[in-house]
Design a binder for this molecule. Structure first.
Ligand code: DGY
Length: 329
């Protein structure tokens, strides 16, 4: 029997890719950069499944190009804002994603950004390499204490809670805002985290860390008005999705002392354009979307993405489905 045809939009770790190759006739884009749109539209024609990365849009045009035989889209990411979920659901196409395995790796990195911003680690390294380190100085690169400070978590799902768990080790006071997590959440109670409205969180937090998905209603959630509510000493961390923050408003707040510092793993757009004004500032750290980038985690994501793809091709329920409504009640 002929193997199902799939298009893989970029190379993923061999742990998952070998599983795909074993059971599929796999067309894999070999480039380091995402495939051009026209190439995608051409190569998805007639496929049974697509394994996508967050760098490639999966919208109705791609689904139309694939045709009625498209049985599954498996995204190699926990987030799926690159995929038109309502459109996939309307067509009965299950969409896979990779939750769980990257929670701790991502929370580790978000906390790393928080620490690095608070203690100006990147500035310190640049200072040393530039040959500016002449003596110990009482006011050299003064930062902010993390221990005992207030951490505000926008989004208290898996990664937000992972961040909170780490913060307890630094005796931080924890506030959270999440419309889907009740104020009597057992984990929140266990660690003494307090549910608050967004304005209170922005006003009271020394560190604000974002862990909410990108949806139409969360686009530019942190805009000029939100930044104006934050303390002038506050540090903003984003390891979720770039468009949750308005970059122009962030630049103005960092430049004019509205807030003290930012640590970003994600930007709008990605990659950040080299002429972005944010790159002219010293009080920001910008990493290239690497929060889940550990060897173990990326391998596990590949296995999950492959399992989702294979399940969809064989008509089984995806182990990790972003639109379970395709299966009805
Ligand atoms: C995701 O999975 O959504 C991250 O952004 C990349 O791991």
């Amino acid at each position: 029997m002929a193997k199902p045809k799939v298009f893989v939009t970029q190379i993923i770790p061999e742990a998952g890719l070998s599983m795909v190759r074993d059971v599929c006739d796999a067309d894999i884009w070999p480039g380091e950069l995402p495939p051009p749109r026209d190439y995608v539209l051409d190569r998805v024609r007639g496929v049974d499944g697509i394994l996508s990365l967050l760098t490639t849009k999966m919208d109705s045009v791609v689904m139309d190009a694939a045709g009625a035989g498209l049985k599954v889209i498996s995204n190699y990411a926990v987030g799926f804002d690159n995929i038109d979920i309502p459109e996939a659901t309307k067509r009965g196409i299950p969409v896979g994603h990779t939750p769980g395995v990257l929670t701790d790796t991502t929370a580790d990195f978000a906390f790393t950004l928080l620490m690095a911003a608070a203690r100006r680690v990147v500035e310190g390294d640049n200072y040393t390499r530039a040959g500016k380190w002449k003596t110990w100085g009482p006011s050299l690169l003064l930062g902010q204490d993390v221990y005992g400070a207030t951490l505000g978590l926008i989004g208290f799902g898996r990664i937000g809670k992972g961040m909170a768990k780490r913060a307890t080790g630094f005796d931080m006071k924890i506030l959270y805002h999440d419309d889907y997590v009740p104020a009597d959440d057992p984990f929140a109670a266990e660690i003494g985290a307090r549910a608050v409205d967004l304005n209170t969180l922005l006003r009271e937090s020394d560190f604000v860390s974002i862990h909410t998905p990108l949806l139409p209603e969360t686009h530019h959630l942190i805009d000029a008005a939100a930044l104006a509510k934050m303390k002038s000493t506050a540090i903003l961390i984003n390891s979720a999705r770039g468009p949750l923050i308005d970059p122009a408003a962030l630049y103005a707040a960092l430049k004019n002392g509205g807030i003290a510092y930012a640590g970003l793993d994600v930007t709008e757009p990605e990659p950040i354009p080299m002429d972005s004004p944010l790159l002219t500032l010293d009080n920001i750290i910008i990493a290239p979307h690497i929060a889940s980038a550990s060897v173990v985690t990326r391998n596990q994501m590949a296995v999950i993405a492959a399992n989702n793809l294979i399940a969809g091709l064989t008509g089984e329920r995806l182990p990790h489905c972003a639109n379970p409504q395709v299966y009805g009640k």
